[in-house]
Design a protein around this ligand. Structure first.
Ligand SMILES: Cc1cc2nc3c(=O)[nH]c(=O)nc-3n(C[C@H](O)[C@H](O)[C@H](O)COP(=O)(O)OP(=O)(O)OC[C@H]3O[C@@H](n4cnc5c(N)ncnc54)[C@H](O)[C@@H]3O)c2cc1C
Length: 399
């Protein structure tokens, strides 16, 4: 089966849907080709988080957007591209307005947005969307439905990019019924997400397998920072879910499969369990930048040395975290507002955190690297954009 389009978007997550809308609004015919239907695809819709944290500075507060930018660079420890970080910080606030106009509900408190401090930030700027990225995809699918120039193939496994003398000019693959696909395009947006499925323990759905990195690399694109993965603690049994940073402020009691509280003996002299948990409230992923690292190291050591549960985790006892008890804790990390949301989310999935201990372990979460892009989201291969705005002026030609 052959298709010809102005812009081919490969993927069906948040990045792909946004790119398809931008290309359509610029006047292009768009073909969005995803392994799975967007509402069921990728990390964006994967229901293993009680919320999506959306970081944006407040343009009404002098210097706040600039602080967001400097926090990104600080957290990136030299690996973040300053130009891209500046674009992200500058556009994040206006994107909230657009998402709201499309019907995405952001958590509110009093007269404004509810925000808290996470992701290594130095001031509160994490906005909350309950239900992770699902409301975002739902809103964008409504927008896509209004644009007749976007066609969706939601069972297309793309396996390779096509190139001619001018660069990338399409892609090939198969539909799930075995039909071969050839798609000729003026520009290709690669939005295939991450690749954490290469790790046995991961917080990603089955379709996030790193295909885009392989396709881009084979097409000659430069990849950057691929050795930097985000790893973090997640609930692993009886349900899988991210263990967000603020939960550590509740000081869960950690035990191995023999019932021993292993953390105190795993810490260097002079550092307490309460201190490392307090540090971890600021961020979800493992980082060597502060003493929170001793938590992941201690947990993984118990599991690797055979003292984990039969499911490959350790036990976290959160039964003391009744709402009234949590309300009395210091709150510079969102625990007062977010804990009831997290607890309810876990309850709906089948785990009552106040009734019995649950299992946690270290999970692969996200790939920090990817295809190197410029400020227009162009890769080093002409015509290949992972993901971003298609360049104007290129129309499809059959390879
Ligand atoms: C548990 C969890 C919590 C998170 N929390 C946050 C948070 O609080 N804040 C935040 O900003 N981010 C968070 N993230 C990260 C965020 O969800 C992702 O970065 C984002 O959703 C990625 O969007 P994407 O469109 O790039 O990829 P995805 O949503 O993963 O979509 C990838 C798409 O590509 C398709 N695809 C893959 N390979 C192929 C192929 N060969 N052919 C065709 N299609 C293909 C897939 O089917 C899918 O449709 C979290 C992620 C997880 C898993």
């Amino acid at each position: 089966m052959e298709y010809t389009t102005d812009v081919l978007v490969i993927g069906g997550g948040g990045a792909a849907c946004r790119a398809a809308l931008a290309a359509a609004d610029a006047g292009a015919r768009v073909l969005l080709a995803s392994k799975r239907p967007p509402a069921k695809a990728g990390a964006t819709s994967y229901p293993v988080a009680e919320m999506a944290g959306y970081n944006a500075g407040d343009p009404a507060v002098c210097g706040d957007v600039e602080k967001h930018y400097s926090d990104i660079l600080e957290a990136g420890q030299g690996m973040a591209d300053p130009q891209l970080a500046a674009i992200l910080a500058a556009r994040a606030p206006q994107t909230i307005r657009r998402l709201e106009a499309w019907g995405v509900p952001f958590e509110k408190e009093d007269d404004g947005y509810y925000v808290f401090k996470s992701c290594f930030s130095n001031s509160p700027r994490t906005h909350v969307i309950r239900g992770h990225g699902e409301p975002i995809i739902r809103a964008m699918m409504r927008q896509i439905a209004l644009r007749s120039q976007i066609t969706i193939l939601d069972d297309a496994v793309i396996l390779g990019l096509l190139q001619n003398g001018d660069g990338c000019c399409g892609a090939w693959g198969y539909r799930t019924d075995g039909t071969r696909l050839t798609i000729c395009a003026g520009a290709v947006v690669l939005a295939t997400g991450g690749g954490s499925q290469i790790f046995e323990k991961n917080l990603n759905p089955a379709d996030v397998t790193g295909d885009g990195y392989r396709m881009a690399f084979e097409a000659g694109a430069e990849l950057v920072n691929m050795e930097f993965m985000q790893i973090g603690i997640g609930f692993s049994h009886p349900v899988t879910n991210i263990f967000n940073g603020y939960i550590w402020e509740g000081k869960p009691i950690l035990r191995n499969a023999c019932g021993q509280e292993f953390l105190p003996a795993a810490l260097p002299e002079g550092i307490t369990g309460a201190e490392v948990m307090h540090e971890h409230r600021r961020h979800f992923p493992f980082s060597t930048s502060d003493n929170a690292k001793y938590l992941e190291i201690a947990i993984q050591r118990e599991i690797s040395e055979g003292r984990g549960t039969k499911n490959g985790g350790v036990l976290a006892d959160l039964r003391h975290m009744e709402d009234a008890w949590v309300a009395a804790l210091p709150d510079d990390c969102g625990i007062h507002h977010m804990w009831p949301i997290a607890r309810q989310h876990m309850l709906e999935k089948g785990a009552d955190l106040l009734k019995s201990p649950v299992e946690i372990c270290c999970f692969a979460h996200a790939v920090n690297g990817g295809v190197r892009i410029d400020q227009n989201a162009g890769s080093t291969v002409p015509g290949l954009m992972p993901p971003g705005r298609p360049r104007a002026g290129r129309t499809a030609r059959t390879a």
